[in-house]
Design a protein around this ligand. Structure first.
Ligand SMILES: C[S@@+](CC[C@H](N)C(=O)[O-])C[C@H]1O[C@@H](n2cnc3c(N)ncnc32)[C@H](O)[C@@H]1O
Length: 294
């Protein structure tokens, strides 16, 4: 049985995506895209990383499940189901599914989509139903106790001999730790200096500022590390960790500058990731977890 806090987490996540995450802020651009680096300098790198997912799916089949589909927000996502008769979008957010339906149309009106409000930890589909499964940036929204169950569900509905691809960030990427720490330190120092200046101007002392901090605008997220995945999920099914994208959005925004060879740097990084996909998958920010079912 689910505890009330587990149910509350899911309700909060759903509310966040219905009311905020999947509200359009521009044509085909959702509020959620503020978690992505949309600058032209990073476009090619990000585009090629998205396409990595398709490599591990069989190119043609009957049904592809997109678990936590959102509105299928990036054009590259459409590539994954190109050779499939239908793409089944499952999500707890009805707003996401309505947007996804606008994008690919439903089967009854000649489109390629089927849309189901569903929880990835309790999928309402029969065993072996899908020729391919993708789940991108979704499992991390579950209460931590349900992550394993979600992987088991993905595995259960996947047809034998086929593969599923799951993308989620690591809790603490070894590579990003070294790059992001100095940024955090710099930002904290800047903030402190600004606060001190403001307090001096207002004639207050630093210690008097103990009011409540504003609440962040995001929603619930919980993540694991590679050890957890290998031990807890790897003992139940065959999993292999590849790189999806080894750098975070924060890294891109801070270190990739169009005027300082940013595009070239990302090309070199992409080449390295291609050469050492397991290393960058395990130590970078975003792994691509490929699940095979014999
Ligand atoms: C960060 S978005 C990712 C959407 C899409 N996969 C992408 O990569 O753009 C997470 C999505 O997962 C959905 N979601 C969150 N918890 C879920 C759950 N327990 N079951 C199914 N979908 C869920 C949210 O509603 C949201 O659409």
């Amino acid at each position: 049985m689910k505890t009330s806090s587990e149910l509350e987490i899911k309700q909060d996540v759903r509310k966040f995506y219905d009311d905020i995450g999947w509200q359009e802020i521009g044509e085909g651009v959702y509020q959620n895209a503020r978690y992505e680096d949309l600058r032209p300098v990073s476009w090619e790198y990000i585009h090629k990383c998205h396409l990595r997912v398709g490599r591990h799916l069989i190119p043609e089949g009957r049904l592809l499940l997109d678990a936590g589909s959102g509105p299928i927000q990036y054009p590259e996502y459409l590539e994954y189901s190109q050779g499939y008769q239908a793409r089944v979008c499952a999500d707890i957010s009805i707003v996401a599914l309505k947007e996804a339906r606008q994008r690919i149309g439903d089967r009854s009106s000649g489109g390629s989509g089927l849309f189901v409000v569903a929880d990835i930890a309790n999928l309402p589909f029969r065993r072996d139903a899908f020729d391919g499964v993708v789940s991108l940036h979704t499992i991390h929204h579950l209460p931590i106790e349900e992550h394993k169950q979600a992987y088991q569900e993905v595995y259960r509905v996947l047809a034998p001999t086929n593969s599923a691809v799951v993308v989620n960030g690591w809790q603490d990427s070894v590579l990003m730790r070294y790059f992001v720490r100095p940024i955090k330190w710099r930002n904290r120092t800047r903030k402190r200096i600004r606060k001190s200046i403001k307090n001096l101007r207002d004639g207050r002392s630093n210690s008097s500022d103990t009011g409540p901090k504003p609440k962040g605008k995001g929603t619930f997220v919980s993540k694991h590390d590679a050890e957890w995945l290998k031990k807890e999920v790897g003992s139940l099914m065959q999993v292999e960790i590849f790189v999806w994208r080894s750098v975070s959005v924060r890294f891109l925004r801070e270190y990739i500058n169009p005027d300082l060879g940013g595009k070239w740097l990302l090309q070199k990084l992409y080449d390295l990731e291609e050469r050492y996909p397991h290393f960058f998958g395990e130590y970078g920010q975003y792994p691509m977890i490929v699940i095979k079912k014999d």
